[in-house]
Ligand binder design. Structure first.
Ligand SMILES: [Zn+2]
Length: 91
């Protein structure tokens, strides 16, 4: 169920460091730049830190980060997935 959060693809290159934040480490609410939704405390996610601008770090949903970094061809499928998620989880 929470399986996708344990994937380890931390190496992205391009001067970024991506760290996985485990659910127990997430104690604040963040705004995910990928979907503009909140990341709630207790939700596993990714922290992306530009190496030359560490103060500019961003918190992403793991799935949003992966989607944003996926090659173009995979984007269509991802969009579909996101749409399905949206209808399931109304806020
Ligand atoms: Zn997101």
């Amino acid at each position: 169920m929470s399986h996708r959060f344990v994937d380890e693809d931390g190496s992205v290159g391009g001067g970024m460091e991506v760290r996985h934040v485990h659910p127990y480490q997430a104690v604040k609410t963040y705004r995910c730049p990928g979907c503009d939704h909140e990341i709630r405390p207790g939700e596993g996610h990714e922290v992306v830190v530009p190496r030359d601008a560490p103060q500019d770090r961003r918190h992403w949903h793991s799935s949003c980060w992966k989607r944003a970094n996926r090659p173009k061809g995979a984007k269509q499928a991802a969009k579909k997935q996101q749409a399905a998620k949206r209808t399931r989880k109304k806020r």
